[in-house]
Design a protein around this ligand. Structure first.
Ligand SMILES: C[S@@+](CC[C@H](N)C(=O)[O-])C[C@H]1O[C@@H](n2cnc3c(N)ncnc32)[C@H](O)[C@@H]1O
Length: 266
């Protein structure tokens, strides 16, 4: 697979895995896998798997008699996932048209992808691919207000870049109201739907590293490409604006909050 993927996409996947996964995403894998009740022998689908951190948590839980499949549309993400863990089956695909059979899985797990999906179509697909009695666990970020570093970063972008740049950074936090997740799940036929709102913290090497990654790695996905001078202006202001999150070591540490939504296919 790697031979077909451009260096830019591989670098972006590697950057995501090295910076964002340990800081923001790895802490949620245990709670999500727990919420899905993964057990030996389970057939598990990790939807929007990215570089595969959740699938890697699931793999030892299901053991040799189980199977883990990861689906994501990002070729760079999948290439890095496959380099790290060849024991998972990595598939290119989207949540709205999953490239797997009906009733194939005991559990579908997914973290921090649903805000990018068509929620009604993806709920229908997750329902379709689960066996009767199959379990679902989905994590989504709480609102921007519950993830306060992003209150400051989006305010900075609003002031120094554009409202569109601030809006792009709010997208991951757009499912703060869990009804926006539970509604489509209920509509698709899921039962026993529960929401567990949990807190954690994220640790980045510095405020600058965090904000620069957002500016260079996230905004371009929305066709917002800043000049080096514009980036320097925002980073200069970010040091001061995020000072409240910076420890004596220089690391930026801030609270995070997410909803873990669990459900069952009757
Ligand atoms: C924030 S990342 C989370 C990745 C991974 N679950 C983790 O915890 O590191 C969001 C992922 O959603 C994927 N994604 C975006 N739109 C999608 C869609 N329509 N269907 C499936 N995955 C999608 C992206 O490619 C990206 O890998």
């Amino acid at each position: 697979m790697d031979a077909d993927v451009s260096k830019e996409l591989m670098d972006a996947g590697r950057g995501y895995e090295d910076l964002f996964v340990p800081a923001l995403f790895a802490p949620w894998t245990g709670p999500v896998a727990d919420a899905a009740g993964l057990k030996p022998g389970d057939q598990v689908l990790d939807l929007a798997c990215g570089t595969g951190v959740l699938a890697r948590n699931a793999l030892p839980r299901v053991g040799n008699s189980g199977r883990v499949v990861g689906v994501d549309p990002g070729p760079g993400m999948l290439a890095i996932a496959a380099q790290i863990e060849p024991g998972v089956e990595w598939l290119a695909g989207t949540a709205e048209a999953l490239p797997v059979d009906d009733a194939a899985f005991d559990a579908v797990i997914s973290q921090f992808g649903m805000m990018f999906f068509d929620r009604v179509a993806s709920a229908g697909e997750m329902f379709r691919v689960l066996k009767p009695g199959g379990r679902l666990a989905v994590a989504v970020w709480n609102s921007v207000a519950a993830n306060p570093a992003y209150v400051d970063i989006t305010a900075l972008l609003e002031e120094l870049v554009s409202p569109a740049a601030a809006e792009a950074l709010r997208v991951p936090y757009s499912l703060g109201n869990p009804d926006d997740v539970t509604g489509p799940l209920a509509g698709a036929g899921f039962s026993d739907i529960t929401v567990n709102t949990m807190s954690d913290s994220a640790r980045f090497p510095s405020a600058r590293v965090l904000v620069e990654a957002d500016l260079r790695g996230w905004l371009p996905l929305f066709d917002i490409v800043l000049t080096d001078a514009e980036i320097e202006t925002v980073l200069g202001a970010a040091d001061e604006r995020l000072a409240g999150f910076v420890e004596a070591s220089g690391e930026a540490v801030f609270p995070t909050s997410a909803h873990i939504v669990a459900a069952r296919k009757p």
